[in-house]
Structure formats: C-alpha cells, structure tokens
Design a protein. Structure first.
Length: 334
C-alpha cells in the first residue's frame, strides 16, 4: 500500500459552550465495552500508521487514558448517549463508533472525543477532538482526521462528518467557533469548507518583514502568478452561485477567495500536489494534475527551496506556494 493512498487533514480547534451537567453513565457507555489497551490498539494498528509517517499521532494516542469524573465535570460534558448519536451518522455503508478518552499529557482537565469510521469491521478513518475548559469557556482542539483514501466508500466524506459534528455536538452544545491548522491537502479542502485565515497568525517574508497570514498569502500568490505568467486581471473568483473579475489581489479577503480563483479563459496549471506527510518524514505527493489557478496555488509543494518565508513557529516554506495556515469558522445557530 503506497503512502499516497492516505489523507491527513483536519487539525481543528473548537470553542464550546454548553449548559452545565453532571457526567452521566451514557458518556462512558461505549468506552467501557472494550479495555483501554484494546481501544488504543485499534487506532495504533490501523493501516494509516503502518508507514510511520505520522509520529505526532502515535504520541497523541499513547497519551490517552480513561476520562475521570473530575475531567467530565470540569469540562461540563453533558448527558449524551454516544451509541444513539453514532447511529445518526449516515454515509453509504460506513458505520460510526464514538469513544471518550482523556489526554494525560495535558495540564488542564480535558476530554478527547474520537469518531471511528468502519466499513464492515475494517477501520477506514477516525477524527479526534480534545475538549478543555479555558477562561470560563470550553475549547476543543482537533488532533487530526485520518481516512484511508484507497477505500472508495470514504471518498468525499469530510462534508458529511462536518455536518454531523455541527448537528450532533457543536450546535446542541452551543459551539461558537471551530479552529484548525490546514496543512497539505487541507490547505484547499478547509478553505472550501468555510474556514478562514486566523488574523493573529503571521509570517516573515524574504526580507524579514512581518505580514499577517492573509497578506502573506497574497504576496506568495503574486509570485506564483508571475512564475506562471498570469496577470491578476485574467482571474475570476468563481463559486457555484456567482463569478466576478478581480483587478487587485487585495480584493481577495478570505481563504475561500483563494481556493475559488480561476482563469477567465479556462487556463489551468499542471502541478504535482502536496497532499500529505509530516515534519521530518517523507512527504506525499499525488501524480501530475491540471488544476484551476487557486487550487494549484493552495496545493503546490511548499518545500522551502532557495527562497522561503518563515512562519510564526519558525518553520520555513516556499515563497511561491500556500503554506500551512491556521484557520477558523464560526458555527451558526441555524
């Protein structure tokens, strides 16, 4: 099984707010069915981890323990029957199992919510969230979303997972915002799914000048367009409902604007998109593909090369591609 069959995405930070409730037995009903070691081994033994591309994930899984009553109370985890909620998930033949853990490596009380996706009895994906209560409000940090993209049954599953979380966790628990680190293929996917650039994150350009993420994206895009001999006035921001020409890159205000850039005459750029990997390991690229301008920019290989920018975390990225980006989306009440 080749590395390119796997998709790594979804590092999300969520802000939760819900009415206080005592932890109930229903919270841990699913988790109690198997031993802790068995549950963790199901994830660690999954096909996604066999190529050793995701050391952070293994470290995270090794830190999981059973949630204690104190953590549930501190987070104010409400009374939710996880078996009943899981049964609501509908996506072809895929079956969902939801479990609760606690991250022992965190200083604050926390609850880890893990969604496991099965095809028959085969684990084909999982999504994790760590929920804490900070400064009077609950905050949840996404630990990743991993799906085996060699399995056709999970193709296009992310929008359904997002809708499921909105309807069954975020809105019922009064979640106000979801945050994530969009990396690899997620740079494009999460822009299309309504996430926007974190206004507090910044990069340093070639000359050391500091720019907020949005402006850095514009500057890198301008260099990308110059390399491919494309004028800004040749571009459209095109969605399913409308299209409009742009005359300056300053007109790009959201991550979605970048993702939806197209050439007026249909010109596409051929790239080998960077879709997966992890720091200090081999990156995963897909075969050469022709893509619309925005998609090609957002999925280009961001390896630093000779000219590079530096992130707030002091990571170097190409000056001609979209780097990974911290994002958020607000959760509407309805």
């Amino acid at each position: 099984m080749t590395p390119r069959k796997f998709f790594l995405g979804f590092c999300a930070l969520l802000t939760l707010s819900a009415e206080a409730a005592q932890p109930s037995k229903s919270c841990t009903a699913v988790a109690a069915k198997l031993s802790l070691q068995h549950e963790i081994q199901i994830l660690k033994g999954s096909e996604f981890l066999q190529d050793k591309k995701y050391p952070y994930l293994k470290k995270f899984l090794n830190s999981l323990v059973r949630p204690d009553a104190g953590a549930l109370k501190k987070v104010n985890w409400p009374s939710i029957n996880l078996d009943k909620v899981s049964s609501k998930f509908k996506y072809g033949p895929i079956r969902l199992v939801t479990r609760l853990f606690q991250n022992k490596s965190e200083n604050e009380s926390n609850i880890v919510l893990v969604l496991e996706f099965y095809l028959s009895n085969r684990l084909v994906g999982f999504v994790a969230r760590t929920i804490k209560k900070l400064d009077g409000e609950r905050t949840a940090y996404g630990e990743g979303a991993y799906f085996n993209q060699s399995v056709m049954a999970v193709k296009g599953i992310i929008p359904t997972v997002q809708y499921f979380l909105d309807e069954n966790f975020y809105r019922p628990l009064l979640v106000k915002v979801e945050r994530l680190k969009a990396d690899y293929i997620g740079r494009y996917v999460w822009a299309k799914r309504g996430f926007d650039f974190d206004p507090t994150y910044w990069f340093k350009d070639l000359d050391g000048t500091t720019y907020k993420l949005l402006q850095m994206a514009r500057i890198n895009l301008s260099r990308f367009l110059k390399v491919h001999k494309i004028k800004t006035t040749d571009l459209l921001v095109s969605t399913e409902s409308r299209s409009h020409s742009i005359f300056s890159l300053d007109e790009l205000k959201t991550a979605a604007d970048f993702a939806n850039l197209r050439h007026k005459r249909g010109f596409k750029i051929e790239i080998m998109p960077l879709i997966g990997g992890s720091i200090n390991t081999v990156t995963i690229s897909a075969p050469l593909q022709k893509m619309d301008i925005g998609k090609a920019f957002m999925l280009s290989d961001y390896g630093p090369g000779k000219e590079f920018i530096k992130s707030k975390a002091r990571v170097s990225f190409s000056a001609y591609a979209m780097p990974y980006w911290n994002g958020f989306r607000k959760i509407s009440e309805r």
